[in-house]
Each structure stands twice: as structure tokens, then as C-alpha cells.
Write a protein that binds this ligand. Structure first.
Ligand code: PBG
Length: 334
């Protein structure tokens, strides 16, 4: 800021806060339907709406049900969804083979959603945890997650989802080099315009707990945390390094995850790289807002709006949020 700061009383900061229209005119940020991505859990079956105990009001939908559930949000301006599967236990293994099956749950969901709503953006998660018996994002060799072996599966998964017709592949596994190998695979298979939205800075976080319950990958076995591949939350320079690598390897957009406790990372990333930057308001943040509002005289809708607004203020171009459906309704009415 380079203006000369006037002193009180020639300057009274409250003047511009006195009336709604003044506050509106001078607001520096806003949220719109174009800022929101709705993460959705899907499951096999017919007309299934399964409650997720760890995330009140969030459900898993079967594909046919998803089509119904999307109708209203799309009318209200929904731009894009991010699909996450809950895979039946008998289809899981230690190699994530089902992730690359062109007829898997995600591929069928992409095709169905695209046939009903061709303009809705579909983002798919490139990671193996929902498909693995042990719940990790990579292939295990001994007591380690094998980076390069995992890349071989991830590139197939990305290609299969791209060929099924998704618009964006979003690698969230945090293996080294995955964006590059996915980009190369897409290029050599005629998918030059496929967008890669990389979870560039993804931290090993306790805030993912409810999500792991939602996709039934909550019981990590053999290695009990994801700290050997997801980032240490004490670090910020390292996030800039991760982002630089992913951009060099061919990412078009980046995600910072989790969201609210990591706004400094969003701010830094946007300032340093100036690329499309998204924040993921993850399952634990969702559940925290829901559970605190029911008990402590907190207004849930106000908290939700404030949280999304703060993402925008920090520099995020958009937010992945489980609150998207009610936010769309709110934005329509306000
Ligand atoms: C898996 C994945 C996770 C989330 C999105 N993709 C969980 C994890 O890394 O363990 C978490 C999202 C959320 O908590 O809402 N690759």
C-alpha cells in the first residue's frame, strides 16, 4: 500500500462500514457459483442414498441417484463436481487394479453424468486409496510405498478416466513425478486438452478422517499414516517446491489441501506462481463446522459463508466444498 495514511479524525475507518450499500461497494472479494466445486461420494447400487456417519448431511449416491441429485444444483449454477468412489471390498486388492478398469464405478459415473449433463465439469481423483485393501495411495513393497511402481498404475488410471470422458484429472496421491508421467501419457494417447488439476501441496493431515470413513479406506494397515508421501504441516517452502515441480511437469491448476488451516499456503502459492489455485475445504473442516454449530450458538450458514469468503480473500480462485449445494441455494437467494 503506498498511499499516505491519514490520521484520525480525517480518517475514520468506520465511515465505510456504516451502511450495507457502502460495505457492498467497497468489498474486495465476493463468492459466486463459479467458485465452487462439489466433491461427491458414489457407490454401487440402485437408488442408493447412504448416510455417512462421519459427515452429517453428506451421502453416498448410486449413479442413478446422483443424476437426480445433480438436477437442482445444476439449475442453481453448479459448474463442476469431483467424484470419489466407495469401492466394494471384494474389488479391492494390493495393487489398485480396479482403478484402471474402464468399466469401474467412476468410469460408469462419468459416462452417465456426461450423457445427462454434458456441460457439467467432471473432476476425477487420481489416487489408489479407495481401491487398495490397505488404504494407502501407493503400491507397497515391504514396508514402503513404492513411488515408481505406483506411477505405472496412476498413469493408467488417469488415461482410463480421461477416455471415459472426464474433463479434469486430479492426482491426489503425492507420488513424485506423477504429474509428468500422466501428462506424457495423455499427450501420447491423443488427450492433449485434458486438464490436470494437481493436488500439488497436500499435507499429511488429521482433517481427512471423515473422508476416509466415507470411502471406507479408514483403516490404514501395515503403515499407519501417510507421512512418507504427504507433506509435513510444519513446512511452507516445501509446498512452493512441490507446486513448481507440478507446474513444470504439466499441471494446469493446483490445489492446496487441507484448506482453512493452510490459508498461508494458498496466499503464498497464488502470489508466487499466479496460476489457477484452488483450496480444498476437507471433510474434517466440514464436520467441524457442522458439529460446532449444533451445540455452541454458532450460526452455521454464517460460518460457511465466512469460511468460503476467507478462501477467496487468501487468493484462491475456487474452493472444493461439501457445502456447495447449500451455498448455491444461498447465492441464489442473496
Ligand atoms: C485420497 C484423498 C483423500 C482426500 C481426498 N483424496 C484422503 C487422504 O489423502 O487420505 C481427503 C478429502 C477430504 O478429507 O475431504 N487420495
Amino acid at each position: 500500500m503506498n498511499y499516505v495514511l491519514k490520521k484520525f479524525p480525517s480518517s475514520r475507518m468506520r465511515r465505510l462500514r456504516m451502511k450495507p450499500f457502502l460495505r457492498n461497494l467497497v468489498s474486495e472479494n465476493s463468492i459466486s457459483v463459479n467458485d465452487l466445486i462439489w466433491p461427491i461420494f458414489i457407490v454401487e447400487g440402485k437408488n442408493e442414498i447412504q448416510k455417512i456417519t462421519s459427515m452429517p448431511y453428506v451421502n453416498r449416491f448410486s449413479i442413478d441417484r446422483l443424476i437426480v441429485e445433480l438436477e437442482k444444483p445444476i439449475k442453481l449454477g453448479l459448474q463442476a463436481i469431483a467424484l470419489f468412489p466407495q469401492i466394494n471390498a471384494d474389488l479391492k486388492d494390493d495393487n489398485g487394479i480396479y482403478a484402471c478398469d474402464p468399466n469401474n464405478l467412476i468410469c460408469r459415473a462419468i459416462q452417465k453424468v456426461k450423457s445427462c449433463y454434458p456441460d457439467l465439469g467432471i473432476i476425477t481423483d487420481i489416487a489408489l486409496d479407495p481401491y487398495m485393501t490397505h488404504g494407502h495411495d501407493g503400491i507397497m513393497v515391504g514396508d514402503k510405498i513404492a513411488n515408481d511402481k505406483t506411477l505405472e498404475i496412476l498413469k493408467k488410471q488417469a488415461l482410463v478416466f480421461a477416455e471415459a470422458g472426464c474433463d479434469i484429472v486430479a492426482p491426489s496421491d503425492m507420488m513424485d513425478g506423477r504429474v509428468g508421467i500422466i501428462r506424457e501419457t495423455l499427450e501420447t494417447n491423443g488427450m492433449k486438452d485434458m486438464v490436470i488439476m494437481s493436488y500439488a501441496a497436500k499435507y499429511a493431515s488429521s482433517f481427512y478422517g471423515p473422508f476416509r470413513n466415507a470411502v471406507k479406506a479408514q483403516k490404514l494397515t501395515r503403515i499407519l499414516d501417510k507421512k512418507s508421501y504427504q507433506m509435513n504441516y510444519l513446512n511452507s517452502d516445501e509446498a512452493m517446491h512441490e507446486i513448481a515441480l507440478d507446474l513444470n511437469e504439466g499441471a494446469d491448476m493446483i490445489i492446496i489441501k487441507p484448506g482453512m488451516p493452510y490459508l498461508d499456503i494458498v496466499y503464498r502459492a497464488k502470489n508466487q506462481f499466479g496460476v489457477p489455485t484452488f483450496a480444498y475445504q476437507v471433510s474434517g473442516e466440514y464436520s467441524m463446522i457442522i458439529s460446532s454449530s449444533s451445540s455452541n450458538n454458532l450460526n452455521e450458514m454464517d460460518m460457511i459463508i465466512e469460511s468460503i469468503s476467507c478462501f477467496k480473500r487468501s487468493g484462491a480462485d475456487g474452493v472444493l466444498s461439501y457445502f456447495t449445494p447449500i451455498l448455491l441455494e444461498y447465492l441464489k437467494n442473496n
